[in-house]
Design a protein around this ligand. Structure first.
Ligand code: GLN
Length: 279
């Protein structure tokens, strides 16, 4: 009998040790009750009540971005990554009891980094598209984007139709890149690793125009003399955070905070800080 108990005991110990060993990722429960109590009518998943989630590194929220996309993400004089997206991520990380870490990479690497579990979220003025939804989940949308065309002042390009046969600069793997290749042919499109380089190519006459999101376009036009933005817009879009399809719990927790911060005007306040209202 004693032997049997000993066997059962040691089996139990092995089982519990195995269970400990499996826990390489910390489970973090959201600290904020605010997110839940201020949550009147959002479409956030119901599972948020029991939202327990894991992150790539315990205690951290790792965000992938491409910090050449002002005012959503860019670097200050001290090489710190700042902007609308880092501020939103910092707010959500704080509410979830996590420390924010930002990793700067090419825009085209962000979805893979999320998918392969190298980072927790991609937050990069990223447009929700059907194709991307095949690979990642998206959070609630927190901002709108518009694809626009930057041209040199006095350019003969006056409307979207005039792009036919012109050299169009874009940022690699962005919606602007995809739409321009579809509409004007890959031979007419030159893809750059980021918006800054695409605009530099425009300034030095290597491309005839740049198709890029409207707010970065305004920042680039302000920073470079002799450029202007066409009045006609190319496409309207929704921005959201990309989160792994394997981490529904993180998506629910992230959305619970984001939806509450959208509802109480905090997110709009952050956006307004960087993008003064036009009207
Ligand atoms: N909104 C565009 C996209 O998602 C561009 C984003 C970016 O360059 N950071 O493709």
């Amino acid at each position: 009998m004693k032997k049997l108990i000993a066997i059962i005991m040691s089996a139990l110990m092995i089982l519990s040790l195995a269970a400990c060993g499996e826990e390489t990722e910390t489970t973090v429960a959201p600290e904020s009750t605010e997110a839940q109590s201020q949550e009147p009518d959002t479409g956030a998943p119901e599972s948020q009540e029991a939202a327990e989630f894991t992150t790539v590194q315990p205690g951290k929220l790792i965000m992938a971005t491409n910090a050449s996309f002002p005012p959503y993400e860019y670097t200050d004089d001290g090489d710190n990554i700042i902007g609308i997206d880092p501020e939103i991520a910092a707010l959500i990380a704080q509410e979830l009891g996590l420390e924010l870490e930002i990793q700067d990479m090419e825009f085209g690497s962000i979805i893979t980094a999320v998918q392969t579990g190298k980072v927790d979220i991609g937050l990069a003025g990223m447009t929700v598209t059907e194709d991307r939804l095949q690979n990642v989940n998206f959070s609630s949308s927190y901002a709108k984007g518009v694809q626009v065309v930057i041209v040199p002042e006095g350019s003969e390009i006056k409307s979207i139709d005039d792009l036919t046969g012109k050299k169009i600069g874009v940022q690699e793997s962005t919606t602007g890149h995809i739409y321009c290749e579809d509409d004007f042919g890959a031979d007419n499109v030159v893809a750059f690793p980021n918006g800054t380089q695409a605009v530099q190519a425009l300034v030095s006459g290597k491309v005839d125009c740049v198709v890029i999101d409207n707010n970065p376009a305004k920042a680039f036009v302000e920073a470079n003399e002799g450029l202007t933005i066409l009045d006609s817009a190319y496409a309207d879009e929704d921005y959201a955070a990309a989160i792994s399809k394997d981490n529904e719990a993180l998506l629910a927790a992230f959305n619970a905070v984001l939806d509450a911060k959208i509802a109480d005007g905090t997110i709009q306040g952050i956006i307004d800080k960087y993008i003064p209202t036009e009207n």
